[in-house]
Design a protein around this ligand. Structure first.
Ligand SMILES: Nc1nc2c(ncn2[C@@H]2O[C@H](COP(=O)(O)OP(=O)(O)OP(=O)(O)O)[C@@H](O)[C@H]2O)c(=O)[nH]1
Ligand SMILES: [Mg+2]
Length: 304
């Protein structure tokens, strides 16, 4: 499958570091002992999945070793694989379920240039392809070009867009977009926001305001707050996920740019440290380059 090979290509760096490193120490005939465990720890720490995750994995391995659940070097890779699967998660929360009555409101947030607007186009395409009526809200009023960019995507995908002028209050745009989505009986409303640093408290507070205003029109909305992360930034993505989650209550991650020279290993760390599920991955610059996140595929792409 083309997209899976893109995923594998994107995770090449992670896979090379991880699998090649493992193979170099888990050689045939070698005993599973304390010395090997030390080497394993070192390899895990130099992989790009982050120190906390490396430590968590190591804890599991050591425990299993002491309990004699893993006895030989042959047992190590299958054990790591099932541990990684467990840590990356998956399950029911790994998708966006649309509500049967009224529009599902999705607020999209993230740092500058993470891939928010492109990922919105992908989500719009994803739902439109299922025959759903999609409306976009141009909540990034910070740059004039941002509204234009989203308008171009709306035109390509063939969905409506609600927009105000530049410098308009993003919360007001969001409110109007929700009104329009209700009035026009849309299935999905996806709202763009300006990029902001997770460390800028005033801008993070603005997200709360946008959420509050949306909630005034539909009490349980936004139903999803999707944080778009640039997969190429590695460990910093974990910090972003933590702070955006604190400020805006993130319900899912969109991992963009996994096709590039990504450090996708950070995903494992995110799930382990923030407990927000990855819902979609972005694998290119067109609206079709989107895949629902599949934990099995992801772990396979790292280990094979
Ligand atoms: N290769 C690749 N490029 C991507 C992907 N997603 C987004 N991009 C590119 O990343 C750049 C930034 O994307 P945008 O969607 O504009 O990012 P943004 O977060 O909306 O940016 P701001 O609104 O400026 O904060 C663009 O050049 C996109 O084409 C992806 O999955 N793969
Ligand atoms: Mg944008």
């Amino acid at each position: 499958m083309a997209l899976f090979s893109k995923l594998k290509a994107g995770l090449k760096k992670t896979r090379d570091k991880f699998s090649t490193g493992m193979k170099s120490i888990l050689t045939i005939g070698r005993n599973l002992d304390d010395e090997l465990l030390e080497e394993l720890e070192e390899k895990l720490h130099t992989s790009d999945m982050g120190p906390t995750t490396a430590m968590a994995l190591m804890e599991r391995v050591t425990k299993a070793y002491k309990a004699r659940e893993i006895k030989t070097t042959d047992d190590v890779m299958p054990f790591l694989k099932s541990s990684l699967l467990d840590m990356v998660g998956g399950g029911d929360d790994a998708s966006i379920t649309l509500r049967p009555d009224g529009p599902t409101v999705i607020l999209v947030v993230g740092v500058n240039g993470a891939g928010k607007t492109t990922s919105i186009a992908k989500l719009a395409h994803h739902f439109a392809a299922q025959g759903k009526k999609v409306i976009l809200g141009a909540g990034d009023t910070f740059r004039a070009a941002a509204v234009e960019q989203l308008t171009v995507w709306a035109g390509r995908i063939g969905c409506e867009i609600v927009k105000h002028g530049q410098d308009a209050d993003p919360a007001a745009v969001a409110f109007d977009a929700v009104e329009a989505a209700v009035a026009r009986k849309a299935d999905v409303l996806i709202i763009d926001t300006a990029g902001r640093l997770h460390t800028q408290a005033n801008l993070m507070a603005e997200l709360e305001k946008i959420k509050r205003v949306i909630g005034k029109r539909i009490p349980d909305a936004p139903h999803e707050v999707i944080l778009v992360l640039d997969a190429t930034v590695g460990q910093n993505a974990i910090n972003q996920a933590m702070l955006f989650n604190q400020a805006a209550g993130v319900t899912g991650l969109f991992l963009a740019k996994l096709d590039g020279t990504a450090k996708g290993g950070a995903v494992i760390g995110i799930r382990n440290e923030v407990d927000v599920p990855v819902k979609f991955v972005g694998l290119g610059e067109t609206s079709e380059d989107i895949e629902p996140f599949d934990a099995d595929q992801f772990v396979a792409a790292i280990l094979e």
